[in-house]
Design a protein around this ligand. Structure first.
Ligand SMILES: Cc1cc2nc3c(=O)[nH]c(=O)nc-3n(C[C@H](O)[C@H](O)[C@H](O)COP(=O)(O)OP(=O)(O)OC[C@H]3O[C@@H](n4cnc5c(N)ncnc54)[C@H](O)[C@@H]3O)c2cc1C
Length: 153
């Protein structure tokens, strides 16, 4: 029986875990570890930042979805990888062993180093930043001459 560990439950981690479990079958153990207990549909972050949707509208709880497919869920951050021992150390103090490791923890944007991103809240940020409670930067009023126009027909 193989132990497969998937780190991260985002757009990469969730479908990967589903596919692995369905193709490997009941004998092999698939475990998903995430520091969030919900899956967030990242491309809809701008809707939350703009106030068009609430955060629960674009997220679903992980545990019931994974449980229904026989996939174990551990809600904890990953603190350290120990590849020499085939182990992962979690923030909750637990150590997990694996035969196969899939790392799907996404990217961390360095927004302060990106000039065009230097506003308090950007829809391109992770959901926890989009809903940080800080006031949105008001859009500058659009001057008539700055409108983008399509070609004249
Ligand atoms: C506004 C916007 C619109 C987009 N539109 C599109 C589109 O139309 N089409 C398209 O293909 N792509 C689009 N993208 C890009 C797409 O959303 C990303 O490529 C995708 O979310 C990346 O998925 P991921 O699973 O790699 O990372 P994420 O979705 O970021 O998931 C990573 C997961 O890992 C968890 N995690 C991180 N660190 C740890 C840790 N240490 N321990 C435990 N868990 C951890 C996080 O909590 C998260 O759940 C868009 C992105 C944005 C911001």
């Amino acid at each position: 029986m193989a132990q497969i560990l998937v780190l991260g439950a985002g757009i990469a981690g969730m479908p990967a875990a589903y596919a692995l479990k369905s193709q490997l079958g009941p004998k092999d153990d698939v475990t998903v570890v995430s520091d969030q207990d919900h899956f967030h549909f990242v491309p809809s972050n701008p809707w939350v930042a703009m106030g068009w949707r609430k955060r629960p509208d674009i997220s679903i709880p992980l545990a019931p979805c994974l449980d229904a497919r026989g996939i174990r869920f551990i809600g904890s951050g990953v603190q350290a990888l120990q590849p020499e021992k085939n182990q992962v150390l979690l923030d909750n103090g637990e150590t997990l062993s694996y035969d196969y490791l899939l790392i799907a923890t996404g990217v961390e944007g360095n927004f302060d180093e990106t000039i065009s991103m230097k506003c308090p809240v950007s829809p391109a940020m992770p959901i926890r930043c989009s809903t940080s409670g800080r006031p949105r930067t008001p859009m500058p009023p659009m001057r008539r001459s700055s409108r983008i126009r399509g070609p004249s027909l």
